[in-house]
Design a protein around this ligand. Structure first.
Ligand SMILES: [Fe+2]
Ligand SMILES: [Fe+2]
Length: 364
C-alpha cells in the first residue's frame, strides 16, 4: 500500500518541492494541474538558465523523481509524458554540456587514460582537507546532522540509479556490477539495505528519515550530485559515464567512511548511527576493486569506445563533490558559522558527549 501522507513512515512518497524559479515552478504546476497544463512548459527558457543553478537543478530533480517514487497526489503516468520529457531533455543537455566542460573530456580518449585517472583517484593527498576531515577533527553535532540531512537526498535511494545500467551491460561487467549492487541492497537482508542503514542513522540523530524530506533544504550543489547519477543511469548512451561515476564513488567512500566513523565516535553517536559508515569501510574497499577491474575492465574490453565517457563519469563525480565540499566548508567556516542548508534543521537530540547544542548556532 502506498503511504499517502507524512514523512514519518519509511518508504513514504514525497510531496512536491517548493519551486525556486520559473523552470521548477512550471514543472511543479504541471504535475499539480494535470496533463492539460503541459502547454506551460518553458522549454526555450532552459537555454538561458544556469545549468548548476537552484532553479534548473530542482526542476531536473523533480522530473527524475518521477522515475523513482513519484510524488503524493501526482499521476504516475507523468513519468512518460512527452512534453515533460522534452523539457527534461533540454535541461539534461545543458547540464551534461557543463559536466563535460568541467571534466575536460574532449576528443578521443583511450583505455590508458582511464587507468591513469583511476590511479590518480586512488591516492589521497596527504594534506587533504575535505568535509570528512573537518568533521573528524573539529566537526560539531549540528554539522554532522546537516551533513546527514543533505546526503539523505541520495543515500535514501542508495544504489538505485546504478541499477538502471544493468540491462545495458553484459558478461564480466554485468556480473560484477550486480554483485556490488547485491551488497548495496543488503545481500538479501532488508535490515542491511544501505538506504535503510542510512535511515537508521538519521533517526538516531533525530533527523527526519522520510524519503525526500530534505530536498527543499538541499541547495543545488547537492541536487546536482544526484541528478548526475539519475541522468547517467537513465540514458543508455551514458552507460560508460554511469560506470565511471560508480567507480569514483566507491573509490572515495571507504576512507571517508572511516573518518566519519571517527567523527561520530568523538561526538558520542550511538551504534545505529555508526553502522552505515562502518559497513562501508570494508565493503567499499572491495567494491572499488570490483568496479575498477571487472566492471570498467569488462566494459572497456567489450566497448573500448566508451573510454571517454568512463573518464567523464570519474572526473565529473570529483568536480561535483569538490563543489559540494567547498559549499559546506564555506558555510561552516564562516564567522559566525552558518547553516549549509537552505532551511536549518530543527533542533534534535543534543550531542551525547558534551550535552551541547544540536542546532545551527546562527540563522541565515
Ligand atoms: Fe553503499
Ligand atoms: Fe559500495
Amino acid at each position: 500500500m502506498i503511504v499517502q501522507e507524512g514523512h514519518e513512515v519509511r518508504g513514504a512518497v514525497p510531496v512536491l518541492p517548493e519551486p525556486r524559479g520559473p523552470l521548477s515552478q512550471a514543472v511543479v504546476e504541471v504535475l499539480r494541474g494535470g496533463p492539460q497544463s503541459r502547454t506551460a512548459l518553458p522549454v526555450r527558457a532552459v537555454a538561458s538558465a544556469d545549468p548548476y543553478g537552484e532553479d534548473l537543478q530542482l526542476a531536473l530533480h523533480t522530473c527524475f523523481e518521477l522515475h523513482y517514487r513519484g510524488f503524493i497526489g501526482v499521476d504516475p503516468d507523468w513519468e512518460w509524458d512527452p512534453g515533460l520529457l522534452g523539457l527534461r531533455g533540454a535541461m539534461e543537455a545543458g547540464f551534461l554540456a557543463a559536466l563535460r566542460a568541467d571534466a575536460c573530456v574532449s576528443g578521443a580518449v583511450g583505455t590508458a587514460e582511464v587507468a591513469q585517472v583511476l590511479e590518480e583517484m586512488l591516492v589521497e593527498p596527504v594534506d587533504a582537507a575535505g568535509v570528512s576531515h573537518h568533521l573528524r577533527e573539529a566537526g560539531q553535532w549540528w554539522q554532522v546532522r546537516e551533513y546527514a540531512a543533505l546526503r539523505s537526498v541520495y543515500h535514501l535511494k542508495e544504489a538505485d540509479p546504478h541499477a538502471w545500467v544493468i540491462p545495458r551491460l553484459w558478461g564480466r561487467a554485468k556480473a560484477a556490477l550486480v554483485a556490488v549492487e547485491f551488497d548495496e541492497f543488503g545481500g538479501g537482508r532488508p535490515e542491511m539495505v544501505h538506504a535503510t542503514l542510512f535511515a537508521d542513522l538519521l533517526e538516531e540523530m533525530g533527523v527526519d528519515s522520510g524519503y525526500g524530506a530534505h530536498v527543499d533544504a538541499a541547495p543545488a550543489v547537492m541536487l546536482a550530485t544526484v541528478n548526475m547519477m539519475s541522468m547517467f543511469g537513465l540514458r543508455r548512451s551514458l552507460r560508460g559515464a554511469l560506470v565511471g561515476h560508480f567507480a569514483a564513488a566507491e573509490i572515495t567512500t571507504a576512507p571517508a567512511a572511516r573518518r566519519m566513523t571517527q567523527a561520530l565516535e568523538r561526538l558520542g553517536a550511538g551504534p545505529r548511527a555508526m553502522l552505515f559508515y562502518t559497513e562501508h569501510i570494508e565493503a567499499d574497499a572491495v567494491h572499488e576493486q570490483v568496479l575498477r577491474r571487472e566492471v570498467i575492465g569488462g566494459l572497456l574490453a567489450d566497448e573500448p569506445g566508451l573510454a571517454g565517457d568512463v573518464v567523464l563519469g570519474l572526473r565529473a563525480t570529483g568536480r561535483l563533490e569538490e563543489r559540494l565540499e567547498a559549499h559546506l566548508l564555506r558555510c561552516w567556516g564562516a564567522r559566525p558559522a552558518r547553516s549549509a542548508l537552505r532551511h536549518p534543521l530543527e533542533d534534535g537530540p543534543p550531542e551525547r558527549r558534551s550535552g551541547g547544542r544540536s542546532g545551527v548556532p546562527t540563522r541565515w
